[in-house]
Design a protein around this ligand. Structure first.
Ligand code: AQP
Length: 326
């Protein structure tokens, strides 16, 4: 089986955007591949985090992986800071990456524009991500479209490293969903849905209560055309809602457009809100149950053990190749 790796930052509660763009694939791909899924808490501290919240969100995110269907018997689930090889390798990668390359990353540009103080970690974030992926020799990385640029950087790094130090590393390919690789904000269809959006009406978090889901979907932006259509250019907001509907229901966008022909937005939004709320309900009760049991701690320590083994082997190979073992 080929290896896949991915991770989510505990920088907030994941949104349905994170689910549709990435976490849904975690579940769908785990039978076919040797899967490793990480809670990337070291990435999360590239912007300020409250320690108490970060601790809770780290556990909650791991519980969400499992509640969504990632099976710890099939896949390795662990927390990044439990495996020191990630930070160790990131240092080496930083020393092999040009400053200009990192300064060009759009995520760095966006996030540094939003934050008053910019720390060095926000700039070097992609080198930690490159390390995450290469440590597990991942052939595929299921992520949303916003990660395309970081994935290109990873691929370029692997090429450079392999030609300079010998072909040790695996060059990874991105896996993004056909529809849903970029779910947009409910309040602004030109910006990406983000778990750290300061306006909570822009996103639906996976832990939102049913009545919050209903409120957020009812107040989601639409347009004045009043016709449920898939037209990203002229009806971006309703097209985004259609993508969410289609991903959660398994119905195609064409089917949905036909189903709501002549029905207007009211019925469409009511049905979508019901769908989202009933999708989330069993997931949330599973998360709450896991959070209060010791099983989660056991799963994460078992996961860290397994991940460390692979990660330490790769790190040793890399250190030997660059001359750090003597
Ligand atoms: N809007 C989105 N649509 C589809 N996929 C998305 N992803 C993020 N936003 C969307 C994918 O979710 C995975 C986890 O993301 P992350 O935690 O690494 O951080 P991010 O990409 O920066 O996502 P957010 O939600 O915008 O987080 P914050 O607000 O903390 O920066 C990734 O695979 C990502 O592509």
């Amino acid at each position: 089986k080929e290896n896949i790796f991915s991770g989510v930052q505990p920088s907030g509660i994941p949104t349905i955007g994170n689910y549709i763009g990435a976490m849904k694939s975690f579940v769908d791909l785990q039978d076919q591949y040797n899967a490793t899924y990480c809670v990337v808490n070291q990435h999360a501290i590239t912007v300020p985090q409250d320690p108490e919240k970060l601790r809770k969100m780290t556990r909650q995110l791991a519980a969400l992986y499992i509640a969504l269907g990632v099976d710890p018997k099939k896949s390795t689930i662990f927390v990044q800071s439990d495996v020191p090889a990630h930070a160790q390798l990131a240092w080496i990668i930083q020393c092999l990456t040009g400053l200009g390359e990192l300064e060009r990353m759009t995520q760095f540009k966006d996030k540094s524009a939003k934050n008053e103080t910019v720390n060095a970690g926000l700039l070097t974030y992609p080198t930690l991500m490159v390390g995450d992926i290469v440590l597990y020799k991942a052939k595929y990385v299921p992520v949303g479209e916003d990660q395309k640029q970081h994935m290109e950087l990873t691929r370029n790094f692997v090429d450079r490293f392999n030609s300079r130090f010998g072909g040790i590393l695996v060059k990874p390919d991105i896996i993004t969903p056909k529809e849903g690789g970029r779910i947009m904000s409910l309040q602004d269809p030109t910006s990406k849905m983000s778990k750290s959006d300061s306006n909570p009406k822009g996103f639906i978090s996976l832990m939102d209560e049913p009545k919050t889901v209903v409120k957020k979907i009812k107040s989601a932006m639409t347009d004045s055309l009043g016709q449920v259509n898939y037209d990203k250019e002229n009806q971006a907001a309703i097209s985004n809602l259609l993508v969410i509907y289609s991903n959660l229901s398994g119905q195609s966008i064409d089917q949905l457009v036909a189903q709501y022909d002549g029905k207007g937005y009211g019925q469409f939004k009511t049905d979508l809100a019901d769908l989202v709320a009933s999708f989330l309900e069993p997931i949330q009760s599973k998360v709450n149950q896991l959070m209060s049991s010791s099983d989660l701690t056991d799963i994460l320590s078992e996961g860290a053990k397994k991940a460390s083994q692979t990660a330490n082997e790769t790190l040793a190979e890399i250190e030997a190749a660059v001359g750090l073992r003597y």
